[in-house]
Design a protein around this ligand. Structure first.
Ligand code: URP
Ligand code: ZN
Ligand code: ZN
Length: 470
């Protein structure tokens, strides 16, 4: 007897689209076929797409942001919102305090997440500093214990690493099979431009974009890729926003560098003009790198279509807008420097890609699955996730390609007070979401419980194989 059968849907993986029923037992997919036997429960998926649950591998939850700034989402609201957006797994970041042992920081984040998640989860570790003891002892043990991915920054004072530290980290990754994600923006150039803008009285949110121009990202992307090339290791370039940075990835690949590229919804549907909003409304769109122009949007779509990007993530980094702990904190009007960087988007990531990508004919359903789920599992070491196959976790999102409605923050499930995508018309929404065989959302209504999402220990991973099917 099966626990659950999903009947009558059109299934898709990163390689195939086919009609079949899906049989689930003990949290795993055990049958794919026709005329499956009896089950305790059935879900009718006729007229809908049955896809692997989304994996959002770039999410910030409960991350301390200093100066009285508080991230809008904790693990409860953030994973609930992720679930409603068709996701069954998220990979948030663990940010250690300066000098805090990495183990202790991870323990803190586990405590924040334990029993509060609606989706499965695992942690990337941000490395705010690198030293010999870390590289020699702490990180190898952490990789072996299921934390095989690290984010390093080339920007943000107090967080950025210098080139030697990044090289050390990349070389460590080569030896251990770990994965290094790099935020590519040149901090010195930004600092110079910000100081110059402030001296000229250019304080409004829109100057956040003009003080982080494309060249700042392109230069850092080139440098990060060169460092990976020097030590011959795989590298993930996160939140890529523009053509010159894309060209750097293409050129590095042509030289044989093993690079995984990531882009995000903000670079497909927002522009720097959104930061122009009256009365500091532009603060709602302050994130780094900033949204660019319509030509950059076209370039990012091209990168999605042509395989430059393997990953499509939200970079969900939510702050409330009209709130002293958020975008309009007491110092915000002194200048854009005081506006916390980051925007919400964990729930809207996949509807935007589905509607703008699949429904508008830019990508097919298989590519949607690869970008939204499969490649995240492969890149970050979750071998039982990201596809529909016998033996995989029964993490499923059922999508209705006929449901059309605009994004309205009032209908979302995060704890922010706005969506940067308010009013964007979406065709195709996830309606039913199944986590490990448990129906968590049924026809748009929450059916599962907080705590159903579990921590997932990860493995070191092979890169998505561009020569292969994904
Ligand atoms: O502005 C952004 N993206 N904030 C989140 C932190 C990061 O760099 O990913
Ligand atoms: Zn970043
Ligand atoms: Zn981020």
């Amino acid at each position: 007897m099966l626990d659950l059968i999903i009947r009558g849907g059109t299934l898709a993986t990163a390689s195939d689209v086919f009609a079949a029923d899906l049989g689930i037992r003990d949290g795993r997919i055990v049958q794919i076929g026709e005329r499956l036997g009896a089950a305790v429960r059935e879900v009718d998926a006729s007229g809908r797409f049955v896809l692997p649950g989304g994996i959002d591998s770039h999410v910030h939850l409960s991350q301390p942001s200093g100066d009285g700034i508080v991230m809008a989402d904790d693990f409860e609201s953030g994973t609930r919102s992720a679930l409603f957006g068709g996701n069954t797994c998220v990979l948030p970041f663990c940010l250690p305090r300066k000098g805090q042992p990495l183990r202790e920081a991870l323990k803190d984040y586990h405590a924040l997440a334990e029993g509060r998640c609606y989706t499965d989860h695992s942690f990337h570790l941000i490395l705010p500093e690198v030293n010999g003891a870390m590289i020699g002892q702490d990180l190898p043990a952490l990789v072996a214990d299921g934390y095989p991915s690290f984010k390093v920054f080339m920007t943000y004072e107090g967080l950025r690493l210098n080139d030697a530290e990044i090289l050390q980290t990349l070389d460590f990754a080569r030896r251990t099979g770990a994965t290094v994600m790099v935020h590519c923006e040149n901090e010195d150039a930004i600092r110079y431009l910000v100081d110059r803008a402030e001296a000229a009285g250019d304080l409004a949110p829109r100057f956040h974009a003009s003080t982080r121009p494309v060249a700042v990202e392109r230069e850092a992307t080139h440098r990060a890729l060169s460092l990976a090339e020097i030590v011959d290791t795989r590298i993930v370039i996160v939140h890529v926003s523009n053509e010159p940075a894309i060209a750097e990835i293409r050129a590095a690949r042509a030289r044989g560098v093993n690079v995984v590229g990531e882009t995000c919804p903000q670079y497909l549907v927002l522009t720097a003009a959104d930061l122009d909003g009256l009365d500091w409304e532009g603060a709602k769109f302050v994130c780094s790198p900033p949204p660019r122009d319509t030509a950059s949007q076209v370039a990012c779509w091209n990168g999605i279509e042509t395989g430059v990007f393997d990953l499509f993530s939200s970079d969900h980094c939510p702050f409330r807008y009209d709130d002293p702990t958020g975008k309009l904190n007491p110092r915000a009007r002194e200048g854009f420097r005081h506006i916390p960087n980051g925007i919400p988007g964990v729930e809207t990531r996949l509807p935007i890609l589905f509607s703008e990508g699949v429904m508008k004919g830019r990508i097919d359903l298989q590519r949607f699955v690869a970008l939204s789920s499969t490649n995240h599992a492969k890149t970050y070491g979750l071998p039982t996730k990201g596809s529909i196959a016998v033996g995989m976790d029964a993490d499923i999102a059922i999508w209705d390609p006929n449901e059309t409605r605009p994004i309205r923050h009032a209908a979302l499930h995060d704890a922010a007070d706005y969506s940067p995508y308010e009013g964007l018309e979406i065709t195709g929404w996830p309606t039913t979401v199944i986590l490990g065989g448990t129906v968590m959302i049924e026809n748009g209504v929450l059916a599962g419980k907080m705590g159903a999402g579990r921590y997932r220990r990860r493995q070191t991973a092979a890169s998505p194989n561009r020569a292969g099917p994904v």
